[in-house]
Design a protein. Structure first.
Length: 89
């Protein structure tokens, strides 16, 4: 196995861990509908950054970056949706 494949395996391990760590927050927010502790500006900036990482992954042809950031984009979008939908007016 060449060095590039080893690096990509490392990337996939990091992708699984960082993406999986984010999913409990999405589930908890969906279940409780409590968004009081979530910051809309922070999640907008985070979503923008993740989207740029996703694009970057395509530009450098990195499956691990595409995988991790694609899933995290969806998760972050859901949290943004929940923040807007469930915030107290």
């Amino acid at each position: 196995m060449d060095n590039t494949a080893n690096i990509e395996i490392l990337g996939f391990i990091a992708a699984v861990l960082t993406t999986a760590a984010f999913l409990p927050q999405v589930y908890k927010t969906w279940r409780t509908k409590d968004v009081s502790g979530l910051s809309l500006p922070m999640f907008l900036m985070f979503f923008t950054g993740i989207t740029l990482w996703f694009i970057y992954g395509f530009l450098i042809n990195s499956p691990s970056l595409i995988f991790a950031n694609g899933i995290t984009m969806v998760s972050t979008f859901l949290l943004l949706f929940f923040i807007v939908k469930y915030r107290k007016k």
